[in-house]
Ligand binder design. Structure first.
Ligand SMILES: NC(=O)C1=CN([C@@H]2O[C@H](COP(=O)(O)OP(=O)(O)OC[C@H]3O[C@@H](n4cnc5c(N)ncnc54)[C@H](O)[C@@H]3O)[C@@H](O)[C@H]2O)C=CC1
Ligand SMILES: O=C(CO)COP(=O)(O)O
Length: 322
């Protein structure tokens, strides 16, 4: 057995609940899990959910004890300090601190992966941390420049050229060097998952992949050269494939993964087909980071009805890379 850390996410969201439900679920995990969070919040949800295991407050992951809910009390925050389901700077800052502590421990080798419950990006910013999301926090804290968000859900795997930016900026970020890097990240990651020669589709940006330049020229100037470079390097990449049919082809088994040009191009099909069990992974980091695919779900936080399946899948995925 080895240790993996789970950051409990924004205290006002569903993170603490799905974390507790997942680690106390019937699934037999290969790793032992330590929560990076706030003990008082975990105690509250333990009572709400009627979980019998006691909480073990620890100061380092190595103090893990079996048969308990092991929590590193990174931030001393109580339920009275915030409102469930509401954006607050305090919760945004706490969510950041959990991640910061877990990344430090992962870099030092105390834990073998970090699984993240959702944080709220508005709260994160109000808390003084101007990151687009976990992905950029992990990249910064691990000093990584080439990384990408991979999303697994149902029958699909996608990897993003850009994520949290305006659609206008996303178009400008379609550059051959970046597309090439993302194809490489896809290839390396799928090989680590046991696929010997990953079949990679690269989606176009424009309708009909530009229709030979009539509807935009990013395919000609940026995407095709990147695919050619990848193929010269022995990678089985093809495209640009028209975005409206590329996912259908992938679902039918033609491709192992689709390189997508912007956030919603990849997120919409994955969430449509596999929201419950979707996993988000940051690839290219020196440490393993997986995550739920859903957000803080403030509309259902505190009600005990949040689904923990995505968290369980994120934990299983972190184990798969160990
Ligand atoms: N990994 C992360 O940290 C992520 C964080 N976010 C952040 O979360 C915040 C809220 O984002 P939204 O777009 O509202 O998406 P959301 O995923 O929080 O909610 C969308 C819908 O899905 C439902 N839902 C989400 N998780 C669920 C679960 N476990 N069980 C049952 N129903 C669930 C919600 O009730 C809501 O109706 C934003 O700040 C966003 O940036 C969003 C996605 C991932
Ligand atoms: O919001 C997300 C996906 O849309 C998740 O982003 P992060 O994993 O970077 O937090």
């Amino acid at each position: 057995m080895y240790l993996i850390g789970i950051t409990m996410g924004d205290p006002a969201g569903v993170g603490p609940e799905v974390t507790l439900k997942a680690i106390t679920s019937k699934h037999s995990f290969k790793a032992q899990y330590v929560i990076y969070g706030s003990v008082k919040v975990i105690e509250y949800y333990r009572n709400l959910l009627g979980i019998e295991l006691p909480v073990n407050k620890i100061s380092r992951a190595g103090d893990y004890k079996g048969g308990r809910i092991n929590v590193i009390d990174v931030v001393d925050i109580a339920m009275e300090d915030f409102e469930i389901g509401k954006v607050s700077p305090k919760c945004g800052d706490a969510a950041f601190r959990y991640v910061e502590a877990a990344v430090k421990d992962a870099l030092e080798g105390d834990i073998r992966a970090v699984v993240t419950a959702p944080l709220n990006k508005e709260a994160l910013h109000l808390g003084g941390h101007n990151f687009d999301g976990h992905t950029e926090i992990f990249a910064k804290l691990t000093n990584t420049s080439k990384y990408s968000m991979m999303l697994f859900g149902g029958p699909l795997k996608v990897i993003h050229v850009s994520t949290h930016t305006s659609l206008r900026n996303a178009c400008d970020r379609v550059k051959k060097e970046r597309v090439f890097d993302v194809i490489n990240l896809a290839n390396d990651t799928l090989k680590k998952m046991g696929i010997k020669e990953p079949r990679i589709a690269v989606a176009g940006l424009n309708p009909h992949a530009g229709e030979s330049g009539i509807f935009g020229d990013e395919e000609i100037k940026e995407i095709t050269p990147a695919i050619e470079m990848a193929r010269e390097n022995g990678i089985n990449a093809e495209g640009p494939v028209p975005p409206d049919t590329v996912f259908l082809k992938a679902v039918k088994g033609k491709y192992d993964i689709v390189v997508v040009m912007y956030h919603d191009q990849g997120h919409i099909p994955v969430k449509l087909l596999g929201f419950d069990t979707g996993v988000n992974m940051t690839v290219g980091l020196p440490i393993i980071r997986t995550s739920v695919d859903h957000g803080t779900a403030f509309d259902i936080a505190g009600k005990g009805i949040a689904d923990e399946k995505s968290m369980i899948e994120a934990m299983k995925t972190a184990e798969m890379f160990n």
